[in-house]
Design a protein. Sequence first.
Length: 240
Amino acid sequence: MNVLGVILMGACLAIAQDGTAGLIGKVKDITGAGIPSTDAELWIEGSPNSKLLATADTAGVYRFSALQPGKYSLRLHSRGFRILTLTSIQLGDGEQKAMPTLQLELGSLADCGGHAVLKSILLMPSKEHVGNLVGSVRVDKGQIGKEGPPVAGAEARLMCATGEVCGTTKTDSQGGFRFDALAPGAYYVRVSRAGFYPLNWPGYIIQEGIESSYWSLYLERCNGTCDPRLRPKKPIATCE
């Protein structure tokens, strides 16, 4: 075999070899109990054909081994729970990365349970001890599975646990809003827009080094003064 053939064969063997990196994490429900049999899908970003599958054990722990270095995305889903996606998971050669314990939410409604529901997580490269919050506002159509159009120009106020205003912004043309460089902790969002009932929504959690994207908030149209005390009561949502 000539020298070129030896080099090419060596390159193919290097590609075929298993990696040495690993990933482990845990999923839990609102009570803190692990969610067994949760499906975990992992793939290299930009390479959807590289998808790997794993199933969480009885304690809700999932793991991947023999991974090549690179940037990965992870999708977690279990029957009866909302799907949660993580992006920008950077793995170095031989790195054994432990993911934060993640809570999956019941139901198919974004407002099910009366609090913010996490949609996806982006792991930030910054080593600062802060996190980001991303959300959006849409029109409440009053029907399950009927997503209304985005609400642009709504005022979104980020409220700290102390009740103070920690930030204010306006939703963009797609109804989106974001708050950056936040201290870890619990927050709630207060949204108002002319022609809609105002809305206060708790349950936004900020963790350091994480950009958390939440499912949309839904504003209900109103007539007249839009006094929230006169707002008709909505039927209780079923989250199963």
